[in-house]
Design a protein around this ligand. Structure first.
Ligand code: FAD
Length: 403
């Protein structure tokens, strides 16, 4: 009997994890992973941190050494662009014109950069950061200790600003809102503005770039408020959008990502989707959530791979993510698209604290700085109504709070 062919479109963390799980789960058919980049799956979060600062090599960013894929009989097709997943014909169509028939396909195409369309945006010295290739270029540029302008106060912008400053660059960080405020709220925005300023970063909030100037090379940026920022390098971090082109004109439900159920199954038979590109039903919160974080990509991929093999457990997580800037390790667990107030315990100025996001009296999420264990332990309080004074009293171990 012919063995089944499973294809994975994309070669990021979700793809690599799914392939591992399929083999570990006993799948012995043909397994093909297709990625447009030249590098095998790597750990993208290092690109704004250790790899950007040259603290680790390209090799150390890899999920697995290249030989691993051969040893597991995973056909890794690098520098292969998938033009379309034809869900009616059960075929993957490559941009070269060739095709691959599949029995099941997992779409793990991740996110694609949003671009800042301003005059001078193509000037040499203006960078974006998504791939290892982008990181090599930016990392080399930072090696010259340029004056750096970072545009965007989200996670990537803040981490790049921190890394550039750590390696000794003069850094200006500009954005419409305070650092991380879009995700974590105004209190965190004020704190992160303070942390960055304390490290010598010039933080300008409530503005963005109107244009870049420079003929051969970047010379300066003119901001919307008229300020001129002299800079040699600009890094744009204005977010990503789900990479959906492979399903263009296909009968698959899409809405802020590929819609999937709690088993990562799309509306089309035999087609699954995971990671940054998927907008997944979360039974715990009874809503669809699209998450652009590493843990989600990895955990969801395990569920999808099991579902491709047969009955699987539903993906029902408490979302979590982290961010590292300077010596500040941030850990977040929960889901709080909106909240009424925050209850803080610990010391915000010394960056050792946890903040509980309260909604309707219940804990929706907890975000901690330099308190990994507390954050981990506190997830058992999520969804519970706990007296505020217990949350705020740093002498009480969260382990001991009764639920
Ligand atoms: P991706 O990692 O984006 O992989 C998708 C792959 O598919 C890519 O390699 C892409 O080239 C390929 N692809 C797309 N379309 C096609 C096509 N048509 N044909 C062939 N191949 C295709 N998350 C955290 O939780 N904490 C962090 O600290 C953190 N730091 C980050 C720092 C940076 C610089 C970046 C960019 C992201 C960071 N993230 C972080 C987010 C995290 O890396 C992503 O959530 C995660 O990589 C998503 O994995 P994925 O496999 O879904 O997609």
């Amino acid at each position: 009997m012919t063995k089944a062919t499973f294809a994975i479109v994309g070669a990021g963390v979700a793809a690599a994890t799914a392939a591992d799980t399929l083999r570990a789960g006993g799948f012995d058919g043909r397994l093909v992973m297709i990625g447009r980049e030249a590098d095998p799956p790597y750990n993208r979060p290092t690109l704004s941190k250790e790899r950007l600062r040259h603290e680790i090599s390209d090799q150390q960013t890899l999920m697995h050494p290249l030989e691993y894929y051969g040893s597991k009989e995973i056909e890794l097709l690098l520098e292969h662009e998938v033009r379309r997943v034809n869900v009616q014909e059960n075929a993957i169509e490559f941009s070269t014109g060739s095709a691959l028939a599949y029995d099941r396909v997992l779409i793990a195409t991740g996110g694609q950069l949003r671009y800042l369309t301003v005059p001078g945006g193509e000037t040499q010295g203006v960078y974006y950061l998504r791939s290892l290739r982008d990181c090599r270029c930016l990392s080399d540029a930072l090696g010259q200790r340029p004056r750096v302008l970072v545009v965007g106060t989200g996670f990537i912008g803040c981490e790049v600003a921190a890394s550039a400053r750590t390696v000794g660059c003069d850094v200006t960080l500009v954005g419409n809102s305070a650092p991380l405020a879009h995700a974590l709220g105004a209190e965190f925005g004020d704190l992160y503005a303070h942390y960055h300023r304390a490290q010598g970063v010039e933080v300008r909030i409530g503005t963005s770039v109107e244009r870049f100037e420079g003929t051969d090379r970047l010379k300066r940026a003119v901001l919307l408020d008229g300020t001129r920022v002299e800079c040699d390098v600009a890094v744009i971090g204005v977010g990503v959008a789900p990479a959906l082109e492979v399903l263009r004109n296909q009968p698959v439900s899409i809405e802020n990502g590929i819609l999937v159920d709690e088993f990562c199954q799309t509306s089309a038979p035999r087609v699954f989707a995971v990671g940054d590109v998927a907008c997944s039903w979360n039974p715990r919160y009874a809503t669809r959530i699209r998450v652009e974080h590493f843990d989600n990509a990895q955990n969801q991929a395990m569920v999808a791979a099991k579902a491709m093999l047969g009955p699987a457990e539903a993906y029902n997580p408490i979302p979590s993510f982290w961010s590292n800037q300077y010596s500040y390790n941030l850990q977040y667990r929960g889901y709080a698209p909106a909240w009424d107030s925050l209850a803080f315990r610990g010391n915000t100025r010394d960056a050792s604290f946890s903040a509980f996001y309260l909604k309707g009296g219940a804990i929706a999420a907890v975000c901690s700085l330099n308190r990994y264990k507390e954050n981990y332990t506190a997830q058992r309080l999520i969804g519970k109504h706990i007296e505020r004074r217990l949350l705020e009293d740093d002498r009480i171990n969260v382990k001991e709070i009764e639920v």
